[in-house]
Design a protein around this ligand. Sequence first.
Ligand code: MD3
Ligand code: FE
Length: 216
Amino acid sequence: MSDLFSDANHAQPGVEILDSGVVLLHGFALQQSEALKREINKIDQQSPYRQLTTPGGLKMSVTTTSCGDLGWHSDEYGYRYVRRDPISDLPWPKMPDSFLQLASCAAAKAGFDHYKPDACLINRYMPGNKMSLHQDKNELDFSAPIVSVSLGLPAVFMFGGLRRSDPVSKLLLHHGDVLVWGGPARLRFHGVMSLGQGHDPAWGSQRINLTFRKAG
Ligand code: MD3
Ligand code: FE
C-alpha cells in the first residue's frame, strides 16, 4: 500500500478514501462504459447469466456470470471458484484486456500496484434484486484487493465490519463508480440493498457490477 491511506481525504480529485483500505474512485469507468457493455454482452453470449443456488438451497435473486481463469459457482455442495462454466463445461470466457487494464489502473490509484486479477464476477441486478450481507473469503490471496465497478442503475451498497454484528454503513453507488477494497477492509461484511425501479438510457432497468478478484 502507498501512503495514500495515511493522507488526508482529498489526495486526488475524484479519489475518496472512505475508510482504511476502502477507496471510491468517482466515475472512474465512465469513459469506458460503452466498451465495457460490448464486452459484457459477448461474455453473456458465451456464458449466460444464471441464478445460482446457495448451499442452503435458496436461489439468489441476482444473476451471475464470470470471465477469467476462474469463475464463481455455488450449489448444494458449497461456494467455490471453478475453471469451467458448469453449464457448458467449457472454460470461462477470457478476461478482456480492457477489464484487466481498468482493474489494475483502479487498484494502482488506490495504492495497490501490480494487481492482476484472475477472476471477474459479473452480477446483474434487476429491480427488487439484492445481495445479503456476506464476506468474500473463498479467494486464496487476501493480500490482493477486490475492485468493483458499478454500471447502470444506482444501488445502495452496505458495508459493515469484520464481524456480522458490526454496524453497517450505506453508500450510494452510481454508474461508472469504482470501489477498491484492500488491506484491512478485504474481509469486511458487505451487501447490496434491493435495487429500486429505474431506467437508464444505455443500460435499461438493470445494474451490472463487475467484481475483480485474485482468487487462485
Ligand atoms: C467489500 N458483489 O459478488 S461488489 C460479490 O455489487 C459482491 O454485486 C456486490 O459482493 C455487488 O461478492 C458488491 C463490492 C465488494 C466486493 C467485495 C468486497 C465489496 C467488498 C469484499 C470485501 C469488502
Ligand atoms: Fe461480495
